[in-house]
Write a protein that binds this ligand. Structure first.
Ligand code: HEM
Length: 419
């Protein structure tokens, strides 16, 4: 006998609203669900089994498209029916931004774009010889972010540190500087990218929707300005133009990178830290003190607690995946954070040293995340520097505290304050 529909573990909540133990519990339950798909009230068809998620993310089979990956969850008709959203939409987003990265379906053009970001000489590629410099630069962003949220008192004993705010400030600096925005704009990157993230995964209405459209518009407007700036100067804008990409594609590439880097990185830091400090033995936390053991903790955080938990695709027609799972025509939500816990692929996913397949946190195939190495180093620097600064840090927010974080099908974070 099937389970009653109202017991589906992600029927009414998203990962973003759950403390991590509850998240662990519901993901485990999800893998016991008798069906392989679930029709969500958002209109998205949810999938979570490892092989299915990988096949759908890879999107090489005829019938699976990535063209809707960056579409707003609420759809363009709701935006155009929201009076406050229309002026910013017309001001900044008409004509519609070009498809450039995750939603580009022209494979040859996409390959050229992707190479500017993550090819052998790509802008976000970190060569072995560059790592030490990148770590130093990220360390400076860590110091600046801690100072910014504690008014310069962050290194005094006993001061409460809002890690959620600090990690957002940090990730905005890391992304804004790397993409090449003027420093004056870095702090605003968090708001603008929050708008893009929110539009992808939240059921927004009225003034929230209008505010998000305005902020998303700003993201494209500053990207356009950044592309004009300092011709000839070494930077991402020069690399995009040197690759001969049409200007509209270059603008969208910049905007998409700005949008992609902030809440993904900061959400992983927040949720990861919540898990590390909630453990009474703090064994994973203390492993951050050792350069040889820290990377495996970061890898585990990225497997279990990524700041981005799912991504969209579309079935162009009814189809059957290699596993036999059948999909209806329409939009799909590939829940990769859930797939990273599929017992068929990761027999003991909550154990640190457990074997398993490649986690799908950064996607799979031709659209795999070009910011993967930067994001991984950035998370490692933040958490190891925090450990050095405050090895005795304790969560101020008691474990299991109710959270009022918004329902979000794609992004996930945690409200974390430490002392
Ligand atoms: C923990 C941090 C991050 C996570 C979990 C993450 C996850 C992902 C995933 C799942 C995709 C695949 C999208 C698809 O298949 O269509 C993706 C693509 C992308 N990511 Fe990331 N990302 C992170 C950080 C970053 C950073 C720091 C940047 C930029 C600096 C970035 C830029 C991008 C871009 C531009 C794409 C689109 C690639 C393409 O389709 O060509 N990401 N990311």
């Amino acid at each position: 006998m099937g389970w009653p529909v109202n017991e589906f573990p992600f029927l009414a909540v998203t990962a973003n609203e759950l403390p991590f133990r509850e998240r662990d519990r519901r993901y485990a339950e999800l893998h016991e669900w008798p069906e392989a798909t679930f029709r969500h009230r958002s209109g998205l068809q949810l999938i979570w089994r490892y092989d299915d998620v990988r096949e759908v993310l890879e999107a090489v089979s005829d019938g699976i498209s990535n063209s809707n990956s960056l579409d707003p969850l609420v759809g363009f008709p709701r935006i155009m029916a929201t009076p406050g959203a229309i002026p910013p939409f017309l001001r900044h987003l008409v004509p519609l931004p070009a498809k450039a990265t995750a939603n580009l379906t022209d494979h040859d053009l996409h390959k050229r774009v992707w190479n500017t970001m993550a090819g052998p000489d790509g802008h976000f590629t970190i060569g072995a010889g560059e790592r030490a410099d990148v770590v130093r630069e990220l360390g400076r962003h860590f110091d600046a972010a801690i100072d910014a949220v504690t008014a310069g008192n962050g290194k005094r004993a006993g001061v409460a540190l809002d890690v959620t705010a600090a990690s957002i400030a940090y990730a905005a600096r890391v992304t804004g500087s790397r993409v090449g925005l003027p420093q004056a704009d870095w702090s605003k990157v968090a708001t603008w990218s929050g708008a893009q993230s929110g539009l992808l995964g939240r059921d927004m209405r009225s003034r929230h929707l209008a505010g998000a459209v305005e902020a998303l518009g700003q993201l494209f407007t500053v990207s356009s300005a950044a592309l004009r700036g300092s011709p000839g100067a070494d930077g991402f804008h020069t690399r995009l133009l040197d690759a001969g990409l049409p200007r509209r594609i270059a603008i969208s590439t910049m905007a998409n990178c700005l949008a992609a880097g902030v809440h993904t990185v900061s959400g992983s830091i927040q949720q990861g830290l919540d898990r590390l400090l909630s453990d009474p033995g703090r064994s994973w936390w203390s492993m951050l003190g050792e350069p040889t053991t820290a990377p495996s903790v970061i890898g585990k955080i990225l497997q279990l607690d990524p700041g981005l938990v799912a991504w969209k695709r579309r079935a162009q027609r009814p189809l059957t995946l290699k596993s036999g799972t059948t999909l209806h025509k329409g939009p799909i939500l590939a829940m990769f954070a859930a797939a990273n816990r599929d017992p068929r692929a990761f027999p003991n996913c909550l154990d640190l040293g457990a074997s398993g397949k490649l986690p799908l946190t950064f996607g799979f195939g031709r659209h795999v995340c070009p910011g993967k190495s930067l994001a991984t180093v950035a998370i490692e620097v933040f958490l190891t520097r925090l450990y050095e600064l405050a090895p005795e840090a304790r969560l101020v927010t008691p474990d299991g505290t109710e959270t009022s974080r918004p329902r979000d099908l794609l992004f996930s974070g945690a409200d974390v304050v430490v002392a």
